[in-house]
Design a protein. Structure first.
Length: 274
C-alpha cells in the first residue's frame, strides 16, 4: 500500500473539526454590531494614566467595570501583554485557547481573551487598529541578538520576568503572550511574517476586565517588526467603563463566548475559589 492510498488515521477528527468550525462560523454575529467606546474619555471616568517609555514594562490591576486603553501614540511596533487572574495567578492568558475557541487568530474588537481555565479574562471592547498577534510571542534576549546584534537590549521576556518578580511570580509563570499593533500573518508556506500597514499614531485598543485581573505590559518591538530597535512611549489609561449589559456583543457573539462567561459566573458563585 502506498502512502497516497493509506487511510488517513485522523480523518474522523478532521471531519469533526470542520463540522464544529462551520457551525461556529454560521452562528457568529456580525462584528459591525459592536458598540464602539468614546474616542475621548471623560476625565471624570479616568482612574489612572501612565506613560510607558519605549523598551520598558508596566503592570496594572483591573476590576470588572474598568477598561484598560493602550494608546499607540507614535506608531511603535508592538505592545505585548500577559494577563493573570488577580486572585489566583496560576490562571493566566492562554494564547492557544483564545485562538482555538474563537476559530480565528485574527483578534480585534468583539473578541475575547481566554484563560487556561476556559474563563474570560478580558474583552476587546474597542480596537482602532485590528491587527494583533497571538502566535509569535514577544521578543527575547536571543531574538534581539539575532535581529539587532545586541542581546543586552530590553526585551519583552525580560520585562515580564522583572514584573513577575514584583508580584510574587517567577520566570516559570511567563506564558506565550499577546502582542498588540502587530500585523503578523501566516503565509502560504506556513511562515509567520510581518505584513503592514503598521499602526497609525493614536491607534488604541480597549481591554475590558471581565474579572479581577493583573496585566503586564511590555513596550518592546515585536520580534518580526521591520527596522531598528526604536520603541516609542505608549499611554496606558484605566477608565471606569461601567456595568456590562446582558446582551453585550462580546458576551453573546457566539456559543463559545457564552460558555466562557458561564464559566466566569460559576467562579463568581464560589466567591472566586476554584
Amino acid at each position: 500500500m502506498t502512502a497516497a492510498s493509506r487511510p488517513d488515521p485522523y480523518a474522523a477528527e478532521k471531519a469533526r473539526y470542520q463540522e464544529l468550525y462551520q457551525k461556529g462560523k454560521a452562528a457568529r454575529r456580525d462584528f459591525s454590531e459592536v458598540k464602539r467606546n468614546p474616542a475621548q474619555i471623560d476625565e471624570a471616568l479616568i482612574v489612572s494614566r501612565e506613560t510607558v517609555p519605549g523598551g520598558w514594562g508596566h503592570s496594572v490591576h483591573l476590576s470588572p467595570g474598568q477598561t484598560l486603553r493602550l494608546i499607540n501614540k507614535t506608531k511603535t511596533k508592538g505592545v505585548s501583554l500577559q494577563i493573570f487572574n488577580a486572585h489566583d495567578r496560576s490562571e493566566r492568558f492562554n494564547a492557544g485557547d483564545t485562538v482555538k475557541l474563537q476559530w480565528s487568530a485574527r483578534l480585534h474588537h468583539g473578541k475575547l481573551l481566554y484563560s487556561d481555565m476556559g474563563r474570560v479574562l478580558a474583552s476587546i471592547s474597542d480596537d482602532r487598529f485590528g491587527r494583533h498577534d497571538a502566535l509569535t510571542g514577544g521578543s527575547t534576549a536571543q531574538t534581539n541578538e539575532t535581529k539587532y546584534g545586541d542581546k543586552a537590549l530590553r526585551s519583552t521576556r525580560g520585562n515580564f520576568i522583572l514584573l513577575a518578580s514584583k508580584h510574587g511570580l517567577s520566570r516559570a509563570d511567563i506564558a506565550p503572550c499577546l502582542t498588540l499593533f502587530a500585523p503578523v500573518i501566516v503565509d502560504d508556506k506556513g511562515v509567520l511574517v510581518w505584513e503592514g500597514p503598521e499602526a497609525a499614531a493614536g491607534d488604541y485598543v480597549d481591554l475590558r476586565a471581565e474579572m479581577d485581573i493583573l496585566v503586564f505590559v511590555s513596550n518592546c518591538p515585536h520580534p518580526l517588526s521591520p527596522g531598528g530597535f526604536d520603541p516609542e512611549p505608549i499611554e496606558a489609561l484605566v477608565w471606569r467603563s461601567g456595568d456590562v449589559p446582558a446582551d453585550d456583543f462580546c458576551r453573546t457573539s457566539c456559543e463559545e463566548a457564552r460558555r466562557g462567561f458561564d464559566n466566569n459566573e460559576a467562579l463568581l458563585a464560589t466567591g472566586g475559589v476554584k
